[in-house]
Design a binder for this molecule. Structure first.
Ligand code: 0GY
Length: 306
């Protein structure tokens, strides 16, 4: 069956033959930020979507997991599926307990639906503030969702651009659950790591209920991936930001691949090289173990052994 969807013009598909990482991930590593796209023929993309991706289904995600040496995944609802969580939930349920989910829900979601999602393995909702991805949701609606999910012990994943934190942080501070920030709050990595914008982000993070994904150097970087001539390190301009967050908040950082990497326009990362990026920012074995195993296990599989 072929997908009844046409990919957005210029869409870059995920990298088919990722290299084997040179960095050996610790046993029990969690990829705490990835998605599934469809397949569109089975799980149609949402009418309100801002992009139409190529398919990237659960079998391919699980194959990448095994290839990289990852143990578990956190599958975050992608905006191309709107608030229809079927593809994400199907993947979580097919994982045999090795995946958790983060959903998108509307303010009128019922308690019965939330319980169903919880039983399926969902542990949070995502609030997205990127105008190119979603129409702005009224803050009252988001607050209503937050009140509904808080009793389940879930958290809220927040996705915003660094420059928007000043306007949003009062609202974030009012939310009643732990917060998990996507991609380090998307700093402008051409600005100094010691500058006022990132200082604001670090201050915001300096409270106990905020976690940070040290993810997506490929999305933040302007210097880009390693050259084909074998340059040793990738995404060097993002490194100081990742290092700083991990050094300051070693017990509340998470890592993820972001596979299948939506909306990249200039290159598609080799996921093996994204793993090799990790020791550039988590520079000790202790930092690496917290980032990759201890922290995500505490948030998504509390009480379980890695
Ligand atoms: C990411 C980043 C992006 C897209 C989405 O759900 C999504 O569509 O998250 C983006 O375009 O920056 O985290 O995958």
């Amino acid at each position: 069956m072929s997908a009844p969807f046409t990919k957005s013009p210029g869409w870059l598909d995920w990298y088919r033959n990722p290299s084997t990482p040179r960095f050996a991930l610790p046993q029990g590593t969690v990829d705490a930020h990835c998605h599934v796209f469809g397949p569109g023929a089975e799980f149609p993309f949402a009418p309100e979507r801002r992009y139409t991706p190529g398919d990237g289904g659960k079998e391919e995600l699980f194959a990448l997991r095994d290839h990289l040496g990852v143990s578990r995944n956190v599958i975050v609802q992608a905006t191309c599926h709107g608030a229809d969580n079927s593809a994400m939930v199907d993947a979580v349920q097919a994982s045999g307990g090795r995946a958790r989910g983060v959903a998108t829900v509307r303010p009128d979601v019922t308690d019965a639906e939330l319980r169903r999602l919880d039983e399926a393995g969902v542990r949070g909702v995502r609030f997205n503030f990127l105008k190119r991805l979603v129409s702005a949701a009224p803050k009252d609606d988001l607050a209503a969702i937050a009140e509904k999910i808080a009793p389940l012990g879930w958290h809220i994943v927040i996705y915003f651009e660094g420059a928007d934190l000043a306007e949003l942080e009062g609202f974030f501070a009012s939310l009643p659950t732990p917060l998990v920030v996507d991609h380090m709050g998307r700093p402008d990595v051409t600005k100094p790591v010691d500058g006022p914008e990132f200082a604001r982000f670090l201050r915001f993070t300096d409270r106990n209920n905020v976690w940070v994904k040290v993810s997506c150097p490929e999305r933040l970087s302007l210097t880009g991936p390693p050259a084909l001539d074998g340059q040793e390190h990738a995404y060097t301009d993002a490194v100081p930001f990742g290092r700083r967050v991990i050094a300051e908040f070693p017990d509340r950082v998470l890592w993820g691949t972001d596979w299948p990497h939506p909306n990249l326009t200039d290159h598609m990362p080799d996921d093996g090289l994204l793993v090799d990026y990790i020791p550039q920012v988590a520079v000790t074995a202790e930092q690496q173990h917290k980032l990759l195993v201890d922290n995500p296990m505490r948030l998504y599989w509390p009480g379980d052994d890695a």
